[in-house]
Write a protein that binds this ligand. Structure first.
Ligand SMILES: [Zn+2]
Length: 315
């Protein structure tokens, strides 16, 4: 595995230096060299003819689609949720959200980004989910922030969709995209690790415990609190391993290993259906055999799997 995991490893120059240049952006929105990713309800438009890949569109394509969609009054980009993603050579890359049912080609399809990542990440790292994920996160945030959370007045996107400014002269609040940190906690005690399954998960799926950080917490505090709340297990040393952007809708997964100090499990039944300690030798067998119907480990794109694999490779 490379240092990057799926949804990390952004492949473009994010070009912060041009985001504030409205003239440059408006020229690029009309330029034939520009390329556009299209999303419907958070799903990117993919080309499914051969290898799965993004179905990039031109500015003219987007305007035609937007007119059909009934949202592009007079070819005005202000009426479309779009965001600037970066530069690839001479081409500016944008992401655009569409609301209706655009006329798409027979070999194109809007596909859930999890499915895209599972397919593209099956054999290791692939940078496309990172590109698609960033577009999804920014469009999702812009779509939810058309009105100021301070005064309720309309907002306007600036800096290519990385900022929304309140249009109320008395307020002028600036809103920035948010990222919600989540701790992914791989608890180890000797030759056993703690895995659990959440309520409503597919049958047999087990993973590392996870939880949102709360305001005012350090990563270590969040990890110890979450593990104790969900399983009653006390943990000692917490060490950071790796992070992963997670665009559902806009999280940052922080992968850690935590040292289990106790073993008795008291399950929080509101959160978890099950949690248990699993032997290293048993998990190595499962990994070698690809799992069974009653016990499945996380897919390769998941940070929990990276944490598990790392531990299993140790003596
Ligand atoms: Zn306001």
């Amino acid at each position: 595995m490379t240092d990057n995991c799926i949804f990390a490893g952004f492949p473009l120059d994010p070009a912060d230096h041009v985001r504030g240049n409205e003239k440059w952006l408006s020229e690029k929105l009309e330029a034939q060299s520009s390329r556009f990713l299209l999303y419907a309800r958070g799903r990117p438009l993919m080309n499914i003819s051969e290898d799965l890949k993004p179905a990039f569109k031109t500015a003219d394509n987007i305007k035609a689609i937007a007119v059909m969609d009934g949202i592009n009054g007079g070819g005005n980009w202000d009426n479309i949720d779009w965001t600037f993603l970066g530069i690839d050579g001479d081409a500016a890359i944008f992401a655009v959200a569409i609301t209706g049912k655009p006329d798409i080609a027979h070999d194109e399809k809007f596909i859930d980004l999890r499915s895209v990542a599972l397919q593209l990440g099956a054999d290791g790292f692939n940078a496309v989910p990172s590109l698609l994920g960033r577009g999804k996160m920014l469009l999702d945030w812009n779509g939810r922030r058309h009105f100021c959370s301070g005064c309720g007045h309309k907002t306007r996107a600036e800096r290519g969709g990385y900022l929304r400014k309140c249009l109320n002269e008395a307020c002028k609040a600036e809103h920035f995209p948010r990222t919600d940190p989540v701790v992914i906690m791989f608890v180890v005690s000797g030759d056993k690790c703690l895995l659990g399954r959440g309520k409503g998960w597919p049958e047999g799926n087990y993973s590392a415990l996870a939880g949102f950080m709360e305001p005012g917490e350090s990563i270590e505090e969040a990890v110890r609190r979450e593990i104790f709340e969900e399983t009653g297990i006390k943990t000692g040393r917490v060490s950071y391993v790796k992070s992963q952007p997670w665009p559902f809708p806009s999280s940052l997964m922080i992968g850690v290993r935590a040292e289990g100090l106790t073993r008795k499990i008291t399950l929080d039944e509101d959160e978890l259906e099950d949690a248990d300690w699993f032997d290293k030798a048993y998990l190595r067998e499962i990994l070698a055999s690809g799992g069974s119907a009653s016990f499945k480990i996380p897919p390769k794109i998941a940070l929990a799997r990276y944490l598990l694999d790392g531990w299993l490779q140790e003596e």
